[in-house]
Write a new protein. Structure first.
Length: 127
């Protein structure tokens, strides 16, 4: 497989804030610690809007479906940093929760698709 590590230069990438999802765990005193998010880390990557320009469903917009519900906008993130499901990336002041992932580690990068999440507040999800 061809390596595309050189494609991630300052011309094609931007900085984003990553909040890694932490599963619940037992601490040293045998007390259960609930799930949450790690401290924010700045990473570089390439955000790519998902959708079709001709129909106006690309970038940052919400489109209604047939039932009247609003569908959240989504963005594809390509980075050399591995991302997992439920991780949150903040880009352009908008929070995206990772809902799909692709592993192209052999080529030197990872891809994820994130959907907008409005209840995320700097490491905590407000319900």
């Amino acid at each position: 497989m061809i390596s595309v590590r050189d494609a991630f230069s300052s011309v094609t990438t931007t900085t984003m804030t990553l909040y890694k999802f932490l599963d619940g765990y037992w601490d040293e005193e045998n007390q259960w610690q609930s799930e949450g998010y790690a401290d924010p880390v700045t990473i570089s990557g390439t955000p790519i809007p998902i959708g079709e320009r001709q129909t106006g469903t690309h970038g940052e917009n919400l489109t209604p479906d047939l039932t009247g519900e609003r569908v959240p906008a989504s963005m594809k993130f390509t980075s050399r940093v591995p991302l997992d499901l439920n991780d949150v990336i903040t880009y352009g002041g908008i929070n995206y929760k990772m809902s799909r992932k692709g592993n192209f580690a052999a080529a030197g990068y990872y891809t994820n698709v994130g959907i907008t999440i409005s209840t995320f507040n700097g490491g905590e999800i407000n319900v």
